[in-house]
Ligand binder design. Sequence first.
Ligand SMILES: *Cc1c(COP(=O)(O)O)cnc(C)c1O
Length: 369
Amino acid sequence: MTQYVWGYLDEYENERADILAAVDEVFRSGTLVLGPSVAAFEREFAAYHGVAHGVGVDNGTNAIVLGLRAIGVGAGDEVITVSNTAAPTVVAIDAVGATPVFVDVHEDTYLMRVDQVEAAITERTRCLLPVHLYGQCVDMTALEAVADKHGLPILEDCAQAHGATQRGRIAGSMGLAAAFSFYPTKVLGAYGDGGATITSDETVDAALRRLRYYGMEKVYHVVETPGYNSRLDEVQAEILRRKLTRLPDYLAGRRAVADRYREALSDTDLVQPATAEGNDHVYYVYVVRHPRRDRIIAALKERDIHLNISYPWPVHVQEGFRHLGVERGSLPVTERLAGEIFSLPMYPSLSRGAQDKVVDALRDVLATL
Ligand SMILES: *Cc1c(COP(=O)(O)O)cnc(C)c1O
């Protein structure tokens, strides 16, 4: 089976000596949890974003959970976000007892309709949670204007947007706090689970540090409940430190793959990714669109090419979120796009040969639809 989702095997071959050196360094350091590698990674990751603090956590979902808790979101509060996201965005909102409120998305960029946010605000709204989907930023200038007018904090979901910029500002530096995932497929991926929440706010930083450590302010003394054990592992942190220095190369690699797709598919009727004005896209996924998506996917599968869909179901139509009572039909663009989008293989070390094979098969299939 040609499995294109996990690009890390090629990467591991290229970076093996460095990854193994990271593991060895940690195992010989004498500290396996919350030691020097996590502290150094937190400083370096925060500095990369030009913010004051970074807090390493165990995954991206908990980076959002702790981010929400740290800015004071809890039971009975409403959080405005989108439904065309990785379910964990909304799982995290649900996990703190808050209610997600969805706005629709732009048909060309798949990003949050910021112009619909104000109408979704109620007296229970406590946070705006933009998702920088597929690798480019939501219009933050417009969102900040709404946030300022209503005195609402912004928590950015940056799980797909490491290194993405908008008019000279980097994703993760614009909200009160920002959540990242280092799941292996992400733009900056660990060799296992990992996440981080970053902020320049001292109070939010202190809350994040407590919450990931059982709710303790000092060792063995809980000051806040419910707490969590949500720590980033030393081994993952040391690997991430080394990979962070190569992030510019990963971004360049992804952009080169994207450029080749755009060129090679420009004369087909596939709708290719659109970059919103002012954005630099990092292409976490290369999402294309076609009304006969399911036929295309099935025909490629017969040729042993297995493509992914990010994501086949909007969150609000999923069984586990039925209790939200958000009706089908209420987010028309989100719902229609879910039936038409699919993702082409995308990672920095994707070889030209592998990419050509996908492009050729896809062109063949499109020609015979
Ligand atoms: C991956 C992802 C998450 C969750 O991250 P995990 O590390 O898998 O928990 C949250 N939001 C978005 C948009 C994601 O893509």
